[in-house]
Design a protein around this ligand. Structure first.
Ligand code: SF4
Length: 696
């Protein structure tokens, strides 16, 4: 009813990578409610977060003025009361805060520019991500800039670029409508990509065969033809066994392999050692089921593979993705309707922020910083001298260097690494060690607790710009309301800071940023700002009338010779094995109602009311054996630390496992997680830590 609101604005949901289009109904300067509209990804649908998780933008904790840490503030730590900031910070004008931040960065730059690093954000727009990486590269001459993709799908992207020449998905999740069979592995879309899950359910209703693989019995199992609840960390053993069967029974697509791939003979030979009988004990799946699944997938006309962070967040995350890519290639399941490889992206703009170059080894569009030609193409557009050809430090490497005192200044825009980094106590100590920490955010996050200067920023529903979802669909976001108080859009804050450190930036409007970004990114060819006023366009778009190519690589891959590559993967044990002191396995993840570190959803009334308390899940048998009733507190301890948390009973969790969501500061899962890294994607092993569980 139009009488319900004063205005309506189209934008995109700020949470997951599905990228649902929304209509924001505004009354008296506040968003009153949100409706799903007909975007290409969501077709009018929304989940509970999109529908009810909007009122955080009007929360009294919003930062409304720049803040500077008081000279007599208590030592840095998680000790700032968001309702009483005065004990640690004083309010400042924008000029004072920006001048102080810029002077601090210039002083560090004069001493040694490599002492400065930046974390951008997958919650900001493409334009903001682009400007942020440019700020570090042009401002400090190096590539020490990264964001939370390092903690999310860095290993998936590494394997995709290595083997098919591109880090994006090869087909949208909506293309499942044309598939006969789909594998969903290491993902829990019912909670983490709920609208995508509705398309998966529809697929099964019309007879599509769904194969779910996960150490937890995730919700999609109710719709599955086959559920493989494999042992945590045994992905490679299970996938290689399935591919062994395809080789042994000659179910592979010889024609496709011959035409579009290389290194098949090596892969085939490698797979001979992984018989289902040999791998069954390692992965916990019967040889019969492994053979059955191999036949279902290989014999289908069209198959898709979806994966999440259960695949990527391991020290063998890149190997896990290599297996999935090999499985798709050997069965000819790339480049046709109903086929494809699709790592389900986490944050709403993690695809776009990565595309925009917020990565230490890549400039926008994954162009390598090591190439002189590539760097020159950027400095020609940027109008400045060269920057380093050396790959920069990743998220966890920057934290380690800050801990060691080698990184001394950080600019953090919209990320909360004090909650999201592995071994969080180590990360927090690193942040306390910095000489200069400038945090730009909408709330006093746990990370902002350690800041020297805090710059009040904007929520997505207050922003103008573009975002790119898991489907490679580029969409406009528009401001429905103004940022509160003196808070500003993030892109304009970065511009002001850049000018003050001496960069010749003259952007007057965010569209100018998009235009420059698009000149550096071939993927955005034919996708103009003007088109995005009225259209969502999938990249690549063939011309200015093409709405974009949902399915790619039907006629070859962006690699030498146009062919994809098989990269064999071997079984590697998790970094730390359970033992007598830490006998169980802890895995972490998200819950339907809460988003990542909880800074937004725990300030959303409905979502917080539904899920107000830190909790973890164990099998009911495990709880009974411990003498613990659901709802009682237990203690979880790993080699990094300890948390006390409420226990829940969940039959979906294996008897030797505990699942801990990472949204709750009072029982922060990442105090416990293992920072060991995948050697290729540099992603930490969030999904496997040896843990002791005790009744308290
Ligand atoms: Fe938002 Fe994702 Fe839910 Fe869509 S599925 S409404 S993008 S959280």
């Amino acid at each position: 009813d139009s009488k319900d609101y004063d205005s309506e604005t189209e934008s995109v949901c700020p949470f997951c990578g599905v990228g649902c289009k929304v209509s924001l109904k505004v009354k008296d300067g506040k968003v009153k409610y949100v409706e799903g509209i007909n975007g290409p990804a969501n077709e009018g649908r929304l989940c509970v977060k999109g529908r009810f998780g909007f009122d955080y933008i009007h929360h009294p904790h919003r930062l409304t003025k720049p803040l500077i840490r008081r000279a007599d503030a208590p030592p840095k730590g998680l000790n700032v009361d968001p309702g009483n900031l005065d004990t640690h910070f004083r309010e400042a004008t924008w000029d004072e805060a920006l001048d102080l931040a810029a002077q601090g960065f210039k002083d560090l730059r004069a001493e040694n520019p490599k002492t400065v690093a930046g974390f951008g954000s997958a919650k900001c727009t493409n334009e903001e991500a682009y400007l942020f990486q440019k700020f570090i590269r042009q401002g400090f001459g190096h590539n020490n800039v990264d964001h939370c993709t390092r903690l999310c799908h860095a290993s998936s992207v590494t394997a995709l670029i290595e083997n098919i020449g591109s880090g994006g998905v090869t087909a949208s999740f909506n293309d499942i409508k044309d598939a006969d069979v789909a594998i969903v592995i290491g993902a829990n879309p019912i909670e983490n990509h709920p609208v995508a899950a509705t398309f998966f359910k529809q697929f099964t209703k019309r007879g599509g065969k769904l194969i779910v693989m996960d150490p937890r019995g995730v919700g999609m199992r109710r719709f599955a033809t086959e559920m493989l609840q494999f042992r945590p960390g045994a992905d490679v053993a299970m996938l290689n066994a399935i591919m062994h069967v395809i080789v042994e029974e000659e179910l592979y697509d010889s024609q496709y392999i011959h035409r579009w791939t290389e290194n098949w003979e090596a892969e085939k030979e490698h797979l001979r050692q992984f018989s289902p009988e040999a791998m069954s004990e390692i992965c916990g799946i019967s040889p019969e089921q492994l053979r059955r699944v191999a036949r279902i997938f290989a014999n289908a006309d069209a198959g898709m593979i979806f994966w999440g962070m259960g695949v990527s967040q391991h020290i063998h995350g890149t190997d896990n993705s290599r297996c999935l890519i090999s499985l798709a290639l050997m069965t000819g399941n790339v480049g046709r309707p109903g086929t494809g490889l699709h790592p389900l992206r986490g944050q709403n703009n993690v695809q776009g922020a990565s595309d925009a170059g917020l990565i230490p080894m890549f400039l926008p569009d994954y162009q390598s910083v090591t190439s002189d030609e590539v760097r020159k193409s950027f400095t020609d557009i940027w109008g400045s001298g060269d920057f380093s050809a050396e790959k920069g430090l990743t998220v966890t490497e920057i934290v380690d260097e800050a801990y060691a005192g080698n990184i001394r200044g950080m600019y953090i825009m919209g990320e909360n690494p004090a909650m999201s980094d592995p071994d969080a106590d180590h990360a927090r100590a690193a942040f306390a060690n910095l000489d200069l920490m400038v945090v730009q955010d909408i709330f006093l996050t746990e990370t902002a607790n350690y800041a020297d200067i805090i710059l009040p920023a904007s929520a997505l529903y207050e922003k103008n710009g573009t975002v790119t979802n898991t489907n490679r669909q580029v969409q406009r976001v528009r401001p429905a309301v103004s940022p509160p108080g003196e808070a500003r859009e993030d892109w304009s804050v970065t511009v002001e800071l850049a000018k003050r450190i001496g960069l010749p930036w003259t952007y007057a409007d965010v569209s100018e940023v998009y235009d420059e970004m698009a000149r550096t990114m071939p993927s955005l060819d034919n996708i103009t700002w003007e088109r995005l006023e009225t259209q969502t366009v999938t990249y690549p778009a063939l011309d200015e009338t093409d709405m974009g190519q949902s399915i790619v690589f039907g006629d070859g891959f962006p690699r030498a010779g146009g062919v994809a590559k098989f990269t064999p993967a071997s079984v590697i044990a998790p970094d730390e094995a359970p033992d007598a002191d830490y006998p169980m396995v802890m895995t972490t993840g998200r819950q339907l109602e809460h988003w990542h570190t909880g800074s937004m959803t725990r300030r959303s009334m409905v979502l917080d009311a539904v899920e107000p308390e830190a909790n973890c899940s164990l099998n009911p048998k495990t709880l009974r054996a411990m003498g613990v009733e659901p709802g009682e507190m237990i203690r979880l301890t790993t080699r990094r630390g300890s948390i006390d948390i409420m226990a829940r009973a969940d039959r979906a969790v294996a008897e030797d496992m505990v699942f801990v969501p990472f949204a709750y500061v009072e029982a922060a899962a990442n105090i416990l997680t293992n920072p060991a890294l995948d050697p290729y994607g540099k992603i930490p092993e969030f999904k496997f830590a040896a843990v002791r569980v005790e009744k308290i």
